[in-house]
Design a protein around this ligand. Structure first.
Ligand SMILES: [Zn+2]
Length: 296
């Protein structure tokens, strides 16, 4: 090696060793508190913290979904401010994905701006009974199917059966082939805690009904790994996870190992890289122990 090159190689090596080992990934920058991302013409995703929501903004009007402002009213104000950066057009609708507060609390500024609030009929029944002070009750309800149009954009509101609640509406943009579905199809992750408010085995049917819809991009209610959107493969992966979890838990239930033994001993290493695996797998097992061990 000529002397000049040798010196260069030494410098390069010492630079690497003083900075970081060559194979270590750079430290991830913490994401900003909120962000708005354009997904297609007139279609956006608004993320605030760990929640997100789709909105359609056209020069003739806006369709917003989940306000995601539970215990943080500033999230709804920010959401509206982000819409206003795109268009001054009226916010005509605010559609709830399902009735859980972390997604739908804080809708008042949308109502004050003139939006009609839309939800599944079972969501309105739940919310009327619960009377949570920071949730605006729906003005319009959907049973199996409805469609909204604004500025030439069409959004189909589809009930795909009971899953993570009895009132999830998925929102399909048929032309753009985009689907917004919240909480019952995590992107590369296990389910939340012990899957409260869940319906088994309906959840599986619900995933099949989603797979039968025509879409390429799945917008989740919580950002996927690295903030990515999902695809039908993510729906298949979620269904496979629930299937593997169900089969494994059923075996343990039949051996009388539900609840505590199963929750401690059952591992599903295929999914150990999913972010909430360590934290929530035992809760997920508990839910299937209830089902297979007690018929609940
Ligand atoms: Zn939920």
């Amino acid at each position: 090696m000529p002397p000049a090159l040798a010196v260069f190689a030494l410098v390069a090596m010492s630079t690497l060793s003083s900075a970081q080992t060559p194979n270590a990934p750079p430290a991830p920058a913490s994401p900003p508190l909120f962000a708005t991302t354009k997904i297609a013409d007139n279609v956006y995703v608004f993320r605030y913290g760990g929640h997100q929501s789709m909105f359609i903004a056209t020069p003739e009007g806006v369709i917003a979904t989940d306000p995601i402002a539970y215990q943080r009213p500033q999230a709804a104000q920010t959401y509206i401010a982000e819409i206003r950066k795109i268009t001054p057009a009226p916010i005509k609708y605010l559609v709830y994905s399902h009735h859980h507060y972390d997604h739908i609390a804080g809708g008042k500024p949308f109502r004050d701006a003139g939006a009609l609030v839309v939800a599944h009929k079972n969501a309105r029944a739940k919310l009327e009974a619960l009377k949570y002070p920071d949730v605006v009750l729906p003005d319009m309800v959907v049973d199996q199917y409805s469609t909204l149009e604004v500025g030439g954009m069409r959004v189909d509101l589809i009930y795909v059966g009971r899953n993570h609640s009895d009132n999830s509406l998925v929102m399909l943009l048929p032309k753009e082939k985009i689907l917004f579905a919240v909480d019952f199809i995590p992107i590369q992750d296990v389910m939340w805690r012990d899957m409260p408010d869940s319906y088994l085995p309906d959840w599986f049917d619900s995933l099949d009904r989603v797979l039968a819809l025509d879409f390429n991009v799945l917008i989740p209610g919580h950002p996927g790994p690295g903030g990515r959107m999902g695809t039908k493969d993510d729906v298949r992966a979620a269904k496979q996870y629930l299937t593997d979890l169900s089969n494994a838990t059923r075996e343990l239930a039949d051996q009388g190992k539900c609840f505590d033994d199963a929750m401690k001993s059952l591992k599903l290493p295929k999914y150990e890289n999913w972010p909430s695996y360590g934290r929530y797998l035992p809760g997920n097992i508990e839910r299937f122990c209830e089902y297979w061990g007690r018929g609940i």
